[in-house]
Design a protein around this ligand. Structure first.
Ligand SMILES: Cc1ncc(COP(=O)(O)O)c(C=O)c1O
Length: 432
């Protein structure tokens, strides 16, 4: 199909909810490592990685070799039969969880399903249905996922579910209490006690939180926020669920999971995206006593699929063999320094934040008022495309540029990225 045929067919045959970036959608034909190629075979440096999903490079050769072998041997039987790839992956994941304490996995196809499973398990384990989520969070597109999400834009159909309340998050750049860290005493976290006492029965099933709020614009709370919240919730009988769909598998640098930076061992971790490097896989991994509470009939037909679990095992092996946890920390620090240099040059960059290779810049009209610069952000994305660079967008006000390249990039890639982003920021500001 030609590019035009693809775009016309998309309009005619797909739900309009399948939206894209850019005034003229980018048609992608192929990708390899850190590069994506359009219909004219034009090369783009991909610093968004298919929405924080390409963890080890597009079409990773070693991972895909294992996938090809597996797909020709056994493609699907469902979880009513036992297969080696599923248990091999579960055993590997158990060895990576904080303290080795989360040892039982339930596989699905997406982050949404991983979170649905986590909430179900927490409810079965505690006998309570009440859940605390955070404002500015995103947890998926099922009814439950949308109800958990603290982001009005993503609550289609007015998603509601009784028993879910939303706590303040630690959005230090726009503190909900108008305070400054650390003098604030992490008031937003302390407020969770009040939230539980005023807005719930006092007996909680769980809190669910992202270590870095992805869709929210890579909002990065201080580690003490999570420690305080976990303590309060556990005092009220609740479990701690860490949604690591964006932050898992080393992306935050130095650790397999983002929550480890706060020194917390969660009761449940959910993950997807980077685990499969593009293969559809989600996992809910829990302490055994929590997993054992989810009794009775529950099935995911494609969950634990031999092909996707083989891919995920290959991704984890690659991350280990190539020492990518360290690369995410080191190259992430280098990326951060480049963004901070750009902040000195471009007045529109109000905030630079993130961890490891999960970094963002928040664009504002004016650094004093912090008025969100949504239109400028859209122009920067377009300009970056013109400069052969793919970056992401996010935040409640659509004014945050999200940067999440594959974890096996080099400092030279970061240098090239910085040159192209600099050029894009300059031309987008001039076009105002
Ligand atoms: C933190 C987080 N949780 C859950 C999800 C939902 O994952 P999926 O789109 O695979 O259902 C996302 C997706 O962006 C996410 O960022």
């Amino acid at each position: 199909m030609t590019k035009q045929e693809i775009l016309l067919a998309q309009q005619e045959y797909l739900f309009p909810a399948v939206f894209h970036y850019f005034s003229e959608p980018l048609v992608v034909r192929r990708a390899r490592n850190q590069f994506v190629y359009d219909d004219e075979d034009r090369e783009y440096l991909d610093f968004f990685g298919g929405i924080v999903t390409i963890s080890v490079g597009h079409c990773n050769e070693r991972v895909n070799r294992a996938v090809h072998e597996q797909i020709d041997r056994l493609e699907h039987v469902s979880t009513v039969f036992a297969t080696e790839p599923q248990v091999r992956l579960a055993k590997t994941i158990a060895s990576l969880t904080p303290g080795g304490e989360l040892t039982k996995s339930f596989f699905t196809n997406s982050g949404t399903e991983a979170n649905d499973t986590a909430i179900l398990a927490a409810r079965c384990y505690t006998g309570s249905s009440e859940v605390i989520a955070l404002r500015h969070s995103y947890h998926g597109r099922s009814s439950l996922g949308m109800a958990l999400s603290g982001h009005g834009n993503w609550k289609l159909g007015g998603a509601v579910e009784p028993g879910i309340v939303h706590a303040h998050n630690a959005y230090c750049y726009r503190c909900p209490f108008g305070l400054t860290y650390p003098d604030c005493g992490v008031r937003c976290a302390q407020d969770v006690e009040d939230l539980i006492r005023t807005s719930t029965s006092g007996k909680i099933a769980a809190v669910i939180a992202e270590p870095v709020q992805g869709v929210g614009g890579f909002i990065t709370p201080p580690p003490s926020y999570f420690r305080i919240v976990a303590g309060i919730v556990r005092n009220h009988g609740g479990l701690y669920i860490s949604d690591e769909v964006q932050t898992g598998w080393g992306r935050t640098g130095g650790k397999w999971f983002g929550i480890e930076h706060a020194g917390i061992v969660p009761d449940i971790i959910t993950a997807a995206k980077g685990l499969g490097n593009g293969m559809p896989i989600g996992v809910t991994v829990a302490r055994p006593e929590v997993a054992n509470a989810l009794k009775g009939l529950s099935i995911s037909t494609f969950g634990g699929n031999p092909v996707t679990t083989t891919a995920a095992k290959g991704v984890i092996d690659f991350i280990r063999e190539e020492n990518l946890l360290q690369n995410a920390a080191d190259t992430g620090a280098y990326l951060r320094s480049k963004l901070e240099q750009l902040q000195e040059k471009h007045a529109a960059i109000g905030d630079v934040r993130g961890m490891g290779l999960l970094q963002a810049i928040e664009l504002v009209e004016d650094r004093r008022t912090k008025a969100p610069a949504a239109q400028l952000t859209a122009r920067v994305l377009e300009a970056a495309r013109g400069n052969g660079l793919l970056i992401g967008k996010g935040g409640l006000y659509s004014n945050v540029i999200r940067i999440s390249p594959p974890m096996n990039i080099s400092p030279a890639d970061v240098d090239e990225f910085a040159v192209r982003l600099d050029r894009s920021l300059t031309s987008a500001a001039a076009a105002a």
